[in-house]
Design a protein around this ligand. Structure first.
Ligand SMILES: C[S@@+](CC[C@H](N)C(=O)[O-])C[C@H]1O[C@@H](n2cnc3c(N)ncnc32)[C@H](O)[C@@H]1O
Length: 241
């Protein structure tokens, strides 16, 4: 089984943006989300993007006027972010999100960990450590935004085969295997070549994080919960310090 870094470097990183479609539309949707939730720069104007990928949130936040520290382990995706960020105030950092506090000032106004990055951490202990570090890094009134998949709900039988996206050149399918605390995600990508279709398979683990557990851990640290919802399996939590 691949580590998360191997999975993104050798496999998913090359297809990640293609999976989402129009880059600018996704950035625009994120900008709308932050604006509707009133997550706009007010005090320090420092935002931290934990698991930034190609920059859907980092670019939206920088366009809104934040100075963004953007963390990811994937060189491929950080390079995409750099290519897309022009003169915006974004500092890309290739390191584990668990080390973010050693790279950033201690008065962030906003931290985001969005698009299911949280489930890539391999243990509940690491998630707890991340939450605690985020709490300490935020200024008073600062916000923490989490979006992640509800992997506690278990798909059964053939429902575990998911066609993620396809076009005339590429077919991306995924097969899920449930374990007690994790899901094994088997990504299968068929690519058309001059010799016919070629299959590239890679597998990694995601953590099955209950939303109620997240709420409890955040409250225990001293956060208040501003938004807590599960919209068709995508969980959004906004917590305030
Ligand atoms: C599902 S993508 C989400 C990217 C982006 N936030 C979005 O909404 O599209 C998860 C990202 O987190 C990165 N990642 C996973 N675990 C990480 C870790 N421990 N430290 C840094 N980056 C990590 C992956 O390389 C990947 O770019």
């Amino acid at each position: 089984m691949a580590t998360v870094t191997e999975h993104y470097e050798k496999h998913l990183g090359w297809y990640y943006s293609w999976l989402f479609g129009d880059f600018n539309e996704i950035v625009e949707a994120n900008r709308r989300f932050f604006t509707v939730q009133n997550l706009i720069p007010g005090k320090s104007k420092i935002a931290i993007d934990l698991g930034c990928g190609p920059g859907f949130q980092s670019i939206a936040l920088a366009q809104l006027g934040f100075s963004v520290y953007a963390f990811d382990l994937s060189r491929t995706l950080l390079d995409e972010l750099i290519n897309n960020s022009g003169s915006l105030h974004i500092t890309p950092i290739k390191d584990d999100i668990l080390t973010f506090s050693s790279h950033c000032p201690e008065n962030a106004e906003l931290s985001v960990c969005m698009g299911d990055t949280l489930t890539h951490l391999d243990s509940f202990e690491k998630v707890k450590n991340l939450f605690a570090d985020v709490y300490h890094s935020l200024e008073t009134g600062g916000k923490f935004v989490l979006t992640f998949r509800d992997l506690v709900f278990e798909l059964k039988g053939i429902d575990r085969f998911i066609q993620v996206k396809s076009d005339s050149e590429t077919i991306f399918t995924c097969f899920l295997e449930y374990e007690a605390e994790h899901v094994r995600v088997n990504d299968m990508i068929y690519m058309r070549s001059k010799d016919g279709w070629k299959l590239d398979v890679s597998c990694y683990r995601k953590l099955r994080i209950p939303m109620e557990w997240v709420r409890r851990e955040l409250l225990e640290l001293g956060f208040t919960i501003c938004l807590y919802e599960n919209n068709k399996g995508m969980i959004t939590v906004i917590a305030g310090k």
